[in-house]
Design a protein around this ligand. Sequence first.
Ligand SMILES: *[C@@H]1O[C@H](CO)[C@@H](O)[C@H](O)[C@H]1NC(C)=O
Length: 258
Amino acid sequence: MTKRDSMSLLLLVIALGLTGAAPVEDDKVCQPHSRPWQVNLHGEGVTCSGALINEWWIVTSGCGFQASPYHTVASLGEHDLTVEEGTEQHIQVADVIHHSPYRSPLHSLTMVRLAEPARLTRFVQPLPLPTRCPQPGEKCHVSGWGSTIPNHSEPRRYLKCITAPVVDDQTCMNTFPEYLFWSEGMFCAGQANTDNCIADGGSVVECDGQLQGLLWFGHGCSDPADPTVYTKLCRYNSWIDSVMDRYVPTTLPPTTPE
Ligand SMILES: *[C@@H]1O[C@H](CO)[C@@H](O)[C@H](O)[C@H]1NC(C)=O
């Protein structure tokens, strides 16, 4: 190889390197339908994820629900939000029950009741509520629509999946600036050199087959060394059960003719 040839080769390598680096590739797309409990809540100012816990109920975190949630739709069985894959069920939201209606800094949990029950299929399955709390170091799976690249925004399209370790409370409190009011209803996952960013409110944390968390603060997306804060579902089992037990539909069924 002449000196000139090797110079052109070098330039070619550099050019390829540059073009390869230009678009940021988000490679954390989930195996389609591997998270059949994942719900896309959308419409009427709402855009977030939630988790199906049985055929009637979804749990999510804050999610921006307004006074009238009745035009919000829950899409189940989704993977690519931009196409109909034949696996989806789009069901109207009938009711929204906030744990703390007055924007408490201590809780971020909302229950969403479907207008009609979800049909359970291979693509639509509930995730069981936790029977224990998450343990520091435990590897959990987080899923949501949106970028997994820090400080990168892109349209919500494919469901993304990351694996993040649970971080002990003390480490989490210590890493945060003072403005974060710590609550027993929080836990953290993700740290430097681990997966730690999904830009989608209500992203779902599953550990060992149980629903353990819902994205509360997405800190990992601005500084991947900071843990990300999730609602600690194991603290809310009795509240969730009581909401379901006491629930009376607000819309009456059609009256039967005399
Ligand atoms: C993301 O943006 C914030 C605010 O501009 C900045 O402080 C932070 O360092 C950025 N993080 C990364 C990983 O680039």
